[in-house]
Design a protein around this ligand. Structure first.
Ligand code: MG
Length: 160
């Protein structure tokens, strides 16, 4: 019997805050009321986007931009948890089992800790495997430190 093939994927995403009261802040599928939203074609959920890219990369399936083009009206305002779910399904359709996804979010605000488990639960449900989320402040450094946006980095492990 051959040993399983393990693969790792990395995902990164960054979105800028916008002064548009119509834009809601959604991170890991969780709405943060009263916070400025992020610019983007979809709902700009950087956490879901980084996780999707990590999964697609692990399976050698390209990136989120190829699967869900940001000039396609079908994805305008899209719920990125739905896109993540579809990315996970694409990975499984190729015979891969998802081991886990771990995501680090870098931002000065909002405070993530109170909603961290909610985000992990929503992301895990979408992926069908454990997803963990960690929050990191940017310590005042650079654009993220000036609260101009939010970045997220994720890694995923798959095997078959
Ligand atoms: Mg994005």
């Amino acid at each position: 019997m051959r040993p399983p093939t393990l693969r790792v994927g990395q995902g990164f995403d960054i979105h800028a805050f916008v002064d548009d009261p119509e834009r809601l802040l959604v991170l890991g599928g969780v709405h943060f009321p009263g916070e400025r939203g992020l610019a983007g074609h979809s709902d700009a959920d950087v956490v879901a986007h980084a996780c999707a890219d990590a999964l697609l990369g692990a399976a050698g399936l390209g990136d989120i931009g190829q699967h869900f083009p940001d000039d396609d009206p079908a994805f305008a305002g899209a719920d990125s948890i739905g896109l993540l779910r579809r990315a996970g399904q694409s990975v499984r359709d190729e015979g891969w089992t998802v081991g886990n996804v771990d995501c680090a979010v870098i931002c000065e605000r909002p405070k993530l800790a109170p909603r961290r488990q909610d985000m992990a639960d929503r992301l895990s449900d979408a992926v069908g495997a454990p997803v963990t989320v960690k929050g990191n402040r940017a310590e005042g450094l650079g654009a993220l430190g000036r609260t101009e946006g939010i970045a997220a980095m994720a890694v995923a492990v798959v095997w078959r």
